[in-house]
Write a protein that binds this ligand. Structure first.
Ligand code: V0D
Length: 256
């Protein structure tokens, strides 16, 4: 069901999703609707990252993973890619004091080696300057692709086998999860809730392994319009669902 309710909703503070992942779609359409260039949408989208980061942190979310740039986004016009690559620099320049104040820890996952040096340096500085923060983890997926992540995990495990550190039959769920880029998140690696904005009903090569049991919520708002109230509505939708992880949580309640 698509939710874009901005009305006040009641949340159960004991059941706030620990890990929320968001596909921040619709920045270009937001701009087009206002007769603005696409990059104006990206700029507004970055402002909204700040708003939603604060809102999520205050609600008690432990990990917020944001899809900032996919391995497929290089196909966009060069001028747009160049603009996007400056956003981590801008983000760092005007949001770092707030992140420190909010005790938010920044992480960036993806193929960072293929990024322009300034983009990679800004990402690394954001991580370094917030490394001692103990609050919410703000995890950017940057030059990230779900299949690319799986391929790299397979290579990593194959190398461990080749080095004699691991037997093929020992490769299990836990080893695989650990070899992924989200391995550092440990028990929090799998999102409880995945939100996609802008009305598209696809995963688009975002987290693949990790969303096996995630609740999916699709909202019609373009990312720059996705408000803290809309975030709360998405969490309310999550809380209204019955998560079973393939089993039956309340077995005794079913008779036939
Ligand atoms: C544009 C909407 C923050 C989606 C949000 C390089 C697309 C704004 C960052 C960021 C982007 C990344 C790493 C970091 C600090 C900030 C960002 C990109 C795009 C792609 F350490 N917003 N943002 N990165 N957009």
């Amino acid at each position: 069901m698509a939710t874009s309710k901005a009305s006040k909703v009641k949340l159960d503070p004991a059941r706030i999703p620990a890990h929320i992942a968001i596909i921040m779609d619709g920045n270009g359409r937001w701009a087009k609707r206002r007769f603005l260039p696409r990059v104006a949408g990206h700029k507004q989208g970055m402002q909204n990252v700040k708003t939603i980061t604060k809102a999520a942190s205050r609600l008690g979310v432990k990990v917020l993973t944001l899809y900032a740039f996919s391995t497929e986004n290089w196909k966009r016009p060069g001028s747009e890619v160049n603009y996007l690559m400056r956003l981590p620099v801008d983000f760092f320049n005007d949001f770092m004091p707030d992140l420190i104040k909010e005790n938010v820890k920044v992480e960036v996952m993806g193929e960072l080696d293929d990024l322009p040096p300034q983009t990679r340096q800004a990402s690394e500085k954001a991580m370094a300057d917030t490394a001692n923060n103990t609050g919410m983890i703000l995890n950017f997926a940057l030059n990230y692709g779900g299949r690319d992540e799986l391929v790299h995990a397979a290579q990593k495990l194959a190398k461990q086998v080749q080095e004699g550190e691991l037997f093929p039959d020992d490769i299990d769920d836990r080893h695989f999860a650990n070899a992924l880029m989200t391995g550092f998140l440990g028990d929090l690696a799998d999102p409880d809730l995945l939100i996609r904005t802008s009305g598209e009903l696809r995963i688009s090569n975002f987290l693949l392994w990790q969303i096996a049991y995630s609740e999916l919520v699709f909202v019609d708002d373009y990312w720059p319009d996705f408000s803290p109230a809309a975030l709360e509505a998405a969490i309310a939708e999550y809380q209204a669902r019955d998560r079973r992880f393939g089993g039956l949580k309340n077995k005794t309640a079913i008779f036939w």
